[in-house]
Write a protein that binds this ligand. Structure first.
Ligand code: SF4
Length: 389
């Protein structure tokens, strides 16, 4: 069995159970200040034949796994128990085999088309690829992809409808902000007007739309405008999903130099919470589901469906903001260490003890005589987030 097929580096958190099929390589834009993913990599198209051949490889692996099931006495079954047994032996096979076995384990129903902008592919070619995927792997129920708003603004609704009918179920757009000066500053290569056009095109086509927003992106200078103008753009689109992914600035991002020089001043966690509160307050007249499914987000519980759960979401932020400073610090460290998913976790005495020890250690580190100043404590907590990207 030739078990190789090509996979790109990333997918959205909600596609963790999806099979990854690489349609293009890297990002055709690759200039955003806050993005490190494809820096130094050149964008290229893959031919339809190359992609079909990858799909054939996946099909061969699925067939191979079914044969293994027979040989292990499971009568060709691909239920979870069988797949667990096969997966436990899969270390001797490559990443492609493990990824297909894992995909089947989670139902074998979802596919994510990589990389950053699959909608660059000619519509007729993408339709052909999607149809081939569904023909070869009939268990597929959902096919999703990232796309740039500028590309989508230029696609006709008729083309998007063709893709929807072929089986493209959802498009994820990295909107990040709807505030034009910030879009320019971050070199996003798109305007708020194009974002609105792109979003409306997708909604009209019947493809589910997920818009990613980046809390913290406005920094100290533009946090209010970022919150309000982004919400206003989304109010015009009314996407199915609004997903939060908080800014984290790594040294390999262009933005890092601006942070170091003091040109871009990052928000603290508490300031980001205030920004998200203003953002949610400004969202109006929509029926979207807000999702906080990225580990970089401080408050995972800020999620729900508009309009009914708007007040509930604001209530979570109010609850966080009303905590005493030391409690907020405890929760932040707990979250950044991966211990907490909810403010209720602060009720757990064991967790509080463990987190308290870490905070004491951080405060005392560096100098035995003096306590670390608060801004350095902030820096230490911020650096914990690096583990997640
Ligand atoms: S368009 Fe997306 S993938 Fe490309 S540089 Fe910007 S954020 Fe990164």
């Amino acid at each position: 069995m030739n078990e190789m097929f090509e996979m790109g580096p990333i997918r959205p958190p909600s596609e963790a159970q999806s099979l990854l099929i690489r349609v293009t390589r890297n990002c055709p834009w690759n200039k955003c200040e806050f993005c490190h993913t494809y820096k130094g990599e050149i964008f290229s198209f893959r031919s339809v034949e190359e992609i079909k051949s990858d799909i054939d490889r996946v099909k061969e692996i699925v067939d191979g796994i079914r044969q293994t099931s027979w040989s292990m006495g499971f009568a060709g079954s691909l239920d979870q128990e069988t797949l667990r047994a096969i997966f436990s032996r899969s270390a001797r096979y490559g990443q492609a085999f493990q990824s297909v076995a894992g995909w089947l384990y989670f139902g074998g129903t979802q596919v994510f088309l990589q990389d950053a902008n699959s909608l660059m592919v000619k519509t007729a070619d993408l339709v052909e690829i999607i149809k081939y995927l569904k023909e070869k792997l009939p268990s597929i129920e959902r096919i999703t992809s990232y796309a740039r708003a500028r590309t989508l603004a230029k696609k006709s609704v008729a083309e998007l409808k063709d893709l929807q009918q072929a089986g493209l179920s959802r498009i994820h757009i990295g909107m990040e902000t709807g505030y034009d000066p910030l879009l320019q500053y971050m070199k996003k290569g798109v305007t708020a007007k194009e974002q609105i056009q792109a979003g409306k095109n997708v909604v009209e086509s019947g493809i589910s739309l997920s818009e990613y927003v980046m809390p913290g992106l406005g920094g100290k200078r533009w946090w209010r405008e970022h919150a309000v103008e982004t919400a206003k753009v989304l109010n015009q689109i009314d996407p199915d999903f609004i997903r939060l992914r908080t800014l984290y600035v790594r040294p390999d991002m262009p933005l890092y130099k601006k942070v170091e020089s003091g040109e871009f001043i990052r928000l603290t966690d508490d300031e980001v919470a205030a920004e998200i509160r203003l953002f949610i307050e400004t969202l109006d007249g929509i029926h979207s589901t807000l999702v906080s499914d990225h580990i970089l987000n401080l408050l995972e519980e800020v999620q729900g469906k508009f309009p009914d759960e708007k007040e509930k979401m604001i209530g979570v932020i109010d609850r966080y903001q009303s905590l005493p400073a030391e409690e907020r610090l405890c929760y932040r460290v707990s979250r950044r260490l991966g211990y907490s998913r909810s403010l209720d976790d602060l009720q757990d005495p064991d967790l509080r003890r463990r987190v308290g020890e870490v905070i004491d250690q951080v405060r005392r580190s560096g100098n035995r005589e003096e306590t670390m100043p608060p801004e350095k404590v902030e820096k230490e907590i911020y650096s914990l987030m690096e583990n997640y990207i």
